[in-house]
Design a protein around this ligand. Structure first.
Ligand code: GLU
Length: 426
């Protein structure tokens, strides 16, 4: 069976994940009935909502929430603000969330949302009103035991605080304190978890450490490059610095910079948060995108958008390991080339799962009215992501496939068991 959705518009992440799904499902001979269920999303919500701009005029925005599967728990996944957000992208990202939750063994399903907007063009006041109107438009399609948003590309803890406040304003006052787990990635003061901010980057670095251990590779002095210096990329930089690794190039939407001596991860993070990007950073040379991708380094961490490593540019990539902080950065044809080149890839649904794992911890703390120390969060995150790492590695070795397909096999096999145990109503 082919994946069921026709792609509207340019080829994208959705097609990429459909190919991986089909490949993994063929390998394990996934029950055709269960395949039909998992290939479809459950609910797709599209909302158009008006927002008052600072000028007094009104703009109408389009927002999405796609709920793929909730067999193992509430739908869970981030909300992104980006001009490329559309139904295909959100569908794909929602599906990835289902696999991610299964692989890491957390009791969630998969969902994703977004607003088609370039947030850099709007004031804080406008972003707040966009967020509140989007939350209001979603209404009871989100909820603490039903579908739980979190940060993603271009959204952060402040945006989660506005979602929380808007959602709570819409329910009975007596219920409000019992519903703070409607969203995760909140500011710590508003019920967020310690360690959630760095969680995705921390998970990526735990995976890199494990890979280094498995391959007897010394991270001290190792050269690495990062694409995207937002929450994930900048935390990877900060944490890799503790290993004495050298950040030699960074690329983001504003351009790419390179310094073989090394770029200070904290200094560039401060520069990016002040200026909005790496462009014109005086302590490194400016390079173009092609040069960035072909840099000779040990590790490449894509931590920006999807579809970055393709069959066109994969032959130029010159690293030992790609640790995917972003969702869907590598197209399947790119994967194949990387495999031929013997470049290891720790796939997104494993490598960047630290974010949703700590979201789960935040959700649990809220439900139990607990507050965990950072050490406890980190220890539990380490255990969950490294367990998943081994599961994916062993599965990939067993089936002689790359780790991405290995990860899909882990997810699909578990869901197959669940559907077989429960059957389909009626
Ligand atoms: N947006 C993050 C992801 O893609 C986190 C999702 C979450 O915490 O729910 O995994």
């Amino acid at each position: 069976m082919k994946y069921p959705y026709e792609v509207i518009g340019k080829p994208n992440l959705y097609e990429n994940i459909a190919k991986c799904f089909n490949k993994a499902a063929d390998i394990i001979k996934l029950d055709p009935n269960i395949r039909k269920i998992l290939a479809k999303t459950t609910n797709e919500i599209i909302v158009n909502f008006p927002v008052k701009m600072d000028s007094g005029s009104i703009e109408v925005f389009t927002g999405y929430r796609v709920q793929h599967n909730n067999a193992l728990g509430p739908y869970k996944g981030g909300i992104r603000y980006h001009p490329d957000v559309d139904i295909n992208a959100v569908r794909a990202l929602a599906i990835l969330m289902t696999w991610k939750s299964v692989i890491t063994g957390i009791p969630f399903g998969g969902g994703k949302g977004g607003v088609q907007v370039d947030p850099s063009k709007y004031s804080m006041g406008e972003l707040e009103r966009i967020t509140r109107r989007f939350t209001y438009a979603l209404g009871q399609n989100i909820g603490p035991e039903y579908d739980i948003p979190a940060p993603d590309v271009n959204t952060n803890s402040q945006i989660m605080a506005w979602i929380l406040d808007t959602y709570l304003s819409g329910i009975q006052p007596q219920e409000r304190n019992r519903n703070v787990h409607v969203v995760t990635g909140k500011p710590v003061e508003s019920g967020g978890s310690l360690g959630r901010d760095k969680a995705t980057g921390q998970g990526v670095v735990y995976c890199i450490e494990q890979w280094a251990k498995d391959n007897k590779f010394n991270l001290n002095g190792a050269a690495y490059i990062v694409q995207g210096y937002g929450n994930v990329g900048s935390w990877v930089g900060k944490l890799m610095k503790q290993h004495g690794s050298r950040l030699i190039a960074v690329e983001d939407v504003t351009g790419a910079i390179y310094s073989p001596k090394g770029i200070d991860a904290d200094d560039i993070a401060a520069y990016v948060s002040k200026t909005g990007g790496v462009r014109n950073y005086s302590k490194a040379d400016e390079i173009d995108h092609d040069k960035f991708l072909s840099i000779d380094a040990d590790i490449f961490v894509p931590a920006a958008l999807g579809n970055q490593i393709t069959k066109e540019n994969a032959p130029d990539i010159n690293v030992k390991l790609i640790a995917e902080g972003a969702n869907g950065p590598t197209a399947p044809e790119g994967d194949e080339i990387l495999r031929q080149k013997k470049i290891d890839v720790i796939p997104d649904i494993l490598c960047n799962s630290g974010g949703v794992i700590v979201s789960y911890f935040e959700w649990l703390q809220n439900k139990r009215s607990e507050f965990w120390e950072l050490e406890e969060v980190d220890t539990k995150l380490y255990k969950k992501i490294i367990d998943a790492y081994h599961k994916v590695k062993e599965t990939a070795e067993k089936y002689k496939v790359n780790w991405r397909i290995g990860a899909y096999i882990v997810a699909l096999s578990r869901l197959e068991v669940v559907y077989k145990e429960r059957g389909i109503f009626p």
